[in-house]
Design a protein around this ligand. Structure first.
Ligand SMILES: *Cc1c(COP(=O)(O)O)cnc(C)c1O
Length: 438
């Protein structure tokens, strides 16, 4: 039974004696998304006083509102101010407070964009923004600057620019379709886009990032799954933040995708007063793995405009990781990451497990606080590696691998590169040397 009393109640307020078949039609859900305060009040039976309404209107003028009837139905009307779904979908005046360190585009996605729609940050993979709309506007969206900008579905011509860039950039082996939500595109366009991208010889895998299983699970139709199946290997990442979001409808959507053969991952964002609690987080992770979803990332909340009230200290994330490592299944544990402001990419963060070192021993601690030692091998000969794999006795089939060049800190460790330090461009000491020399 998917159509519960609350859903029937909300459905009937939209259309008299609404049939379940309509409620489960994703296009019907989109047509009836809640985009105004009045509609929110009318459908939920929740009401706000005049002052608060004024604040809310100002908020929605800057950051628009949009909630699917399905996601709306998950809000507990009797305790809505503490409800995690309410907090993620319905804003408040606190969104208009911006600190100096909070930016419209904290990850510099626009600066790392070689062509419209593409963010190329890492050597071998790109983010391809294929839609700029979502079925629900998350209040914690890191791309809040773009939400509601212009609700349009990009044309094939616009998407072609991104496809051309990928075609002309042979190092790209992994394409991550994101947005907005790629599943906002009609089936035919998804089919066309996936066929274009998967035709590119150097693209090994495609990933799709979508929040549909959470906010509009009816979008995962059998027709969609049969289209996606043509483009394996296809990885799908979704975005559950709280165990309350794992409903019967969400489970059905996840089961369709898992049965379709797609590896499923989940990216959560650590949000103050929503999921900044080890018990809530563990409960979420356990529900995810029960539904064949592998927790992938736990994100530290970005420094985006309007997100101050959602941010926690990094220490909260480390505390949560401490409560997971050893305490639960390894595959139920996400990697906690901070997306570096300025575009440095994701930086993984963990509690410290290495306590000390000597020439032949490492001292470690486990999750119970047991302190242990690992004795290093006495006979490990460091091998000189000049990256000429033809002369190496390790077995690597050379025709199957790419020629990778060491960059960054990896370069400092490599034998065939004589870089001994990485120095910031504006280092004053080095500038002085150059002046003295000059
Ligand atoms: C997160 C992200 C990716 C993918 O990173 P993975 O760690 O491989 O999941 C790629 N490009 C950009 C710009 C990203 O933010």
């Amino acid at each position: 039974m998917i159509f519960n009393n609350r859903q029937q109640e909300i459905g009937d307020r939209i259309e008299e004696e609404l049939k379940i078949s309509k409620w489960k039609d994703w296009r019907w859900q989109l047509r009836h998304s809640v985009r105004t305060l009045e509609k929110f009040e009318q459908l939920t039976g929740i009401s706000f006083d005049t002052n608060e309404k004024e604040d809310l209107r100002r908020t929605f003028d800057k950051f628009p509102l949009s909630i699917t009837p399905y996601y709306l139905s998950l809000i507990d009307q009797d305790n809505f101010r503490n409800d995690p779904v309410f907090k993620q979908s319905f804003g408040g005046i606190e969104e208009l407070t911006t600190l100096k360190s909070e930016l419209a585009d904290p990850l510099s996605e626009d600066s790392d964009s070689p062509v419209e729609g593409i963010t190329h940050r890492y050597p071998d993979r790109v983010l391809f923004h294929v839609s700029n709309i979502c079925s629900m506007y998350c209040r914690h969206c890191t791309r809040k600057r773009k939400v509601g900008d212009s609700d349009f579905v990009p044309s094939r011509e616009q998407l072609r620019k991104g496809i051309e860039y990928i075609k002309n950039t042979p190092q790209v082996r992994d394409v991550l379709l994101s947005g907005g939500d790629p599943f906002m595109l009609p089936d035919e366009k998804i089919d066309w886009l996936l066929s274009e991208v998967s035709k590119i010889p150097h693209v090994e895998i495609i990933r799709i990032g979508t929040r549909m299983p959470v906010v509009l699970p009816y979008r995962i139709t059998n027709e969609l799954v049969s289209i996606l199946k043509k483009y394996q290997p296809l990885w799908i990442n979704t975005h559950f933040n709280h165990p309350n979001e794992i409903t019967t409808s969400a489970k059905e959507a996840l089961a369709k995708l898992a049965d379709g053969g797609f590896p499923l991952g989940n990216q959560s964002v650590l949000l103050a007063d929503v999921n900044d609690c080890p018990r809530i987080m563990k409960n979420l992770l356990h529900k995810l793995v029960q539904n064949r979803v592998r927790p992938y990332y736990l994100y530290q909340c970005d420094l985006s405009e309007g997100l101050s009230h959602f941010r926690t200290p990094i220490g909260k994330g480390i505390e949560i990781m401490e409560s997971l490592v050893g305490h639960t299944s390894g595959f139920a544990r996400p990697t906690y990451v901070i997306d570096a402001p300025g575009g440095g990419g994701k930086i993984p963060v963990m509690p410290n497990y290495i306590l000390s070192w000597s020439a032949n021993k490492v001292v470690l601690r486990n999750y119970e606080g047991v302190i242990t030692t690992y004795e290093e091998p006495s006979k490990y000969e460091p091998k000189f590696c000049d990256r000429d794999c033809t002369n190496c006795n390790l077995d690597l089939k050379l025709n199957e691998v790419d020629e990778s060049r060491a960059i960054g800190v990896e370069k400092l460790l490599s034998d065939n590169n004589d870089t001994i330090s990485l120095i910031p461009e504006d280092n004053e000491r080095i500038a002085r040397r150059e002046e003295d020399a000059g």
